[in-house]
Design a protein around this ligand. Structure first.
Ligand code: NAD
Length: 297
């Protein structure tokens, strides 16, 4: 049976997002380079057409959730890529976090070939992906936004049309630079409190109701044991990898150079995550930056 939707990239985010589409009743063929991820998708009720090219040809909608610009460009371009194989009229949605200029490049080629394409990066973490409460920040035409919105309503809660192609990625770039900075600031504050004998749970609870409140403190606390479901309490596994945050801060740094923007804290955050990654933490959740700031007394 042909699937209405092809979903490429079943990682920490893509797997729960694609499974929410399956639960909504859509026929979804899921694809990933890692057989174990495809197996989890099929175990959750999804299907997999082992012939990706024929799956792409048959799909009405193709959604990608890949790590970085280079993965997205290689999935869309080339003789076996999505733009060469998709059927006329297919709707293309890229939910990966990539550089705005890369999103514009893919969308422009898609448009030349007659496809409607939107960039639609997300926020809300793996918890939001599983719960179907992601925020979508969408770049593309109004018509493209309207066509893609029913899919976003299944996978998310807050859905914004940010503007032309690449705008979704621009908003996401700004958001993740702020997120990276906030995670370091929250970690510093909790470490300082602990060094003064504070219980990190009490400290976090009080700051969550005070002017220092932010998402990394309230929802994604970096100190192990403060929040049962946060990656910090699961040995920093799953979640949002250090190397993905490093990629996002690298994109912000390159963009700041090309737009003559001053991002002193964004640049510092990029360097701190880079050092953390080089210490061997690249695959851990980004809240593990907490460990870089030393041990509590
Ligand atoms: P991940 O590394 O867990 O998953 C990416 C998946 O893509 C992997 O399973 C990988 O095997 C697969 N893949 C790579 N190249 C492929 C190809 N050519 N064909 C098929 N599959 C391929 O990453 P993730 O955490 O799921 O993040 C995906 C994207 O979402 C990234 O751009 C990330 O920055 C962004 N994002 C992540 C989070 C988060 O909390 N993890 C939150 C918001 C946005």
């Amino acid at each position: 049976m042909d699937s209405e939707v092809v979903f490429i990239g079943l990682g920490n985010m893509g797997l729960p997002m694609a499974l929410n589409l399956v639960r909504s009743g859509l026929g979804v063929s899921g694809h990933d380079l890692m057989p174990a991820s495809v197996e989890k998708f099929v175990a959750g009720g999804g299907t997999n057409n082992p012939d990706l090219v024929s799956a792409i040809k048959a799909a009405k909608t193709i959604i990608t959730m890949l790590p970085a610009s280079r993965h997205v460009e290689s999935a869309y371009f080339g003789d076996h890529g999505i733009l060469a194989q998709a059927s006329p009229g297919a709707l293309l949605i890229d939910c990966s976090t990539i550089a705005p200029e890369s999103a514009r490049k893919v969308a422009a080629t898609a448009s030349q070939k007659g496809f409607t394409m939107v960039d639609a990066p997300v926020s809300g973490g793996t918890g939001g992906a599983a719960a179907g409460t992601l925020t979508f920040m969408v770049g593309g035409s109004v018509a493209g936004f309207d066509l893609a919105k029913p899919f976003f309503e299944i996978m998310g809660k807050a859905i914004f049309h940010a503007g032309e192609s690449g705008s979704g990625q621009t908003v996401k770039m700004c958001n993740n630079m702020l997120l990276g900075i906030l995670m370091i600031g929250t970690s510093e504050a909790i470490r300082l409190g602990m060094a003064n004998g504070m219980d990190p749970k009490v400290l976090s609870e009080v700051m969550s109701k005070s002017s220092g409140r932010n998402w990394t403190l309230e929802v994604y606390n970096p100190c192990p044991g403060v929040m049962e479901n946060a990656p910090a309490s699961k040995d920093y596994s799953g979640g949002f990898g250090v190397d993905l945050m490093l990629k996002d801060l690298g994109q912000a740094t390159e963009n700041a150079l090309s737009t003559s923007s001053s991002i002193p804290l964004g640049s510092l955050a990029r360097n701190l995550y880079d050092i953390h990654s080089k210490s061997g933490a690249g695959g851990l959740d980004f809240s593990s930056i907490f460990n870089m700031l030393g041990k509590a007394k």
